[in-house]
Design a protein around this ligand. Structure first.
Ligand code: ACO
Length: 428
């Protein structure tokens, strides 16, 4: 095997080193190409560009493989807890019993947020989308913990910022929701586990307490694990690129939350349920909507279908589909929107348009369905995704900093006007 490729251009030959990953993934290193040849490469949407070397997640979109730090997602979703997986993703190894106890206790201890946060929260109109509120609140952490602004501080201080962020995220997320519906906020109960505490802060009211249903909290644990990390996707790349300017962890993650919000990324789980509701309100004609999705003159897309990297199946979708069936059966949920989802899925999987383009249900197709069954309101679906993805964002930000990566700054091919001369406004 050659360890470089050759590029021939205008009589010159340029050698491009081949970089090989631990799973034998190969890439051409073009980092010196511009200096040597004056050429850049162009790749809108970075469909074919590796932005970094990373030791966190391996995925093979053709084979449907996803592993965090080498461990298959199926094993982690089956056997592990979200905080254990978070530790693995961030620090690279599964924690020992003592490490896990310390980690869990540290995170549990820091769930409370400063009372002044309430004044920030009150500044938002009720009905504000909780994603916008959450990203603002995460940025606001910088004001309460100014030492977090300098990410080059000691490893212990960075660990403290990480613990605080993981600990406070469910509180901030639940409070964003309480603000939206105009209810008083509920303080964390540190006798509960990570997911149970979040559910209580979401659903308890001054009039009624809240009992955590173990079926719901187990399903939540699985969902958080399945969303925990997914290498260089839109929001994670955003976190890395913001962090590459040496912005703080909280500022970088807040940017990631905004990137996740869009309906082509994490916002798809909300968009799936809204789409299914629309189809139901329109008489439940799934064929009509399949036809719309295939019509190139119609902007409608089948939300929850297709993925940039998974072209055979999304392994997370497989696990969630099974979990969704179990949870729905156990909770005795009978939801007409689910019948529409099933019909749509069956029809799309047999339709040549979707088969030829390798468009399969992605994680968001089923996660919306399961969140709905767990009683999570639609506007909170993407917030749930953000809570799950937090360890991944943190790990990628930390790895980027530890590797001393340069500031992210792509190039472009300019297609605008050539030089022209200013004309006075009265002569235009
Ligand atoms: N419905 C209908 N057609 C689709 C869909 C869809 N959901 N997704 C892709 N296509 C078609 C495109 O029109 C294109 O057709 P063409 O080749 O005839 O032009 C072809 O399939 C390839 O699609 P691209 O947009 O080039 O694929 P890309 O990798 O850029 O996009 C994406 C991936 C954004 C996920 C896309 O499939 C999509 O918009 N899906 C719906 C939104 C969604 O579910 N997003 C969640 C992704 S998972 C996540 O972020 C956690």
């Amino acid at each position: 095997m050659s360890d470089f490729a050759e590029l021939h251009y205008e009589g010159q030959t340029y050698k491009l080193p081949v970089v090989v990953g631990t799973e034998n993934e190969k890439a051409l290193d073009i980092s010196k190409l511009r200096g040597e040849s004056g050429l850049i490469t162009i790749d809108p949407g970075f469909k074919n560009t590796g932005s970094t070397k990373s030791a966190i997640t391996f995925l093979d979109g053709e084979k449907g493989i996803l592993r965090y730090r080498g461990y298959p997602i199926e094993q982690l979703a089956e056997k592990s807890s979200f905080l254990e997986v978070a530790y693995l993703i961030i620090f690279g190894e599964l924690p020992t019993k003592a490490e896990l106890e310390e980690w869990t206790s540290d995170i549990t201890y820091h769930t409370l947020i400063h009372e002044d946060f309430k004044r920030i929260l009150e500044g938002f109109p009720s009905n504000s989308h909780p994603m916008g509120v959450l990203s603002s609140l995460v940025t606001s952490l910088t004001a309460f913990y100014p030492e977090s602004l300098d990410p080059s501080r000691s490893a212990d201080e960075v660990r403290m910022s990480i613990v605080r962020l993981l600990a406070k995220m469910p509180t901030l997320a639940a409070w964003s929701y309480k603000n939206e519906i105009g209810q008083p906020t509920v303080y964390p109960d540190n006798n509960l586990d990570y997911g149970g505490n979040f559910l209580r802060m979401m659903f308890a009211t001054p009039a009624e307490g809240f009992e955590v249903d173990p079926i719901v909290s187990d399903a939540l644990n699985k969902l958080l694990i399945l969303h925990a990390e997914h290498e260089q996707n839109c929001s994670t790349s955003t976190v890395r690129i913001v962090g590459s300017s040496h912005a703080s962890l909280y500022a970088s993650v807040s940017a990631g939350i905004n990137a996740l919000w869009g309906p082509l990324h994490g916002g798809a789980n909300q968009a799936v349920i809204e789409m299914l509701e629309n189809i139901k309100a329109d008489g439940g004609d799934t064929d009509k909507y399949l036809a719309k999705a295939k019509d190139k003159d119609d902007p409608f897309r089948l939300m929850g279908f297709g993925h940039r990297v998974y072209k055979n199946f999304d392994p997370r979708a497989r696990i969630i589909k099974k979990a969704a069936d179990e949870v729905l059966a156990k909770l005795g949920v009978n939801d007409p929107v689910l019948d529409i989802a099933k019909r749509l899925e069956e029809a799309a999987l047999q339709d040549p348009y979707f088969v030829e383009r390798k468009l399969y249900p992605n994680v968001d197709f089923y996660s919306g369905i399961i969140y709905r069954a767990l009683g999570i309101p639609t506007n909170m679906f993407t917030v749930m995704f953000a809570m799950g993805r937090l360890p991944g964002w943190i790990a990628q930000w930390r790895e980027m900093r530890k590797n001393g990566e340069p500031i992210g700054r792509p190039r472009q091919v300019y297609t605008g006007e050539n030089e022209r001369h200013y004309v006075d406004v009265n002569q235009r």
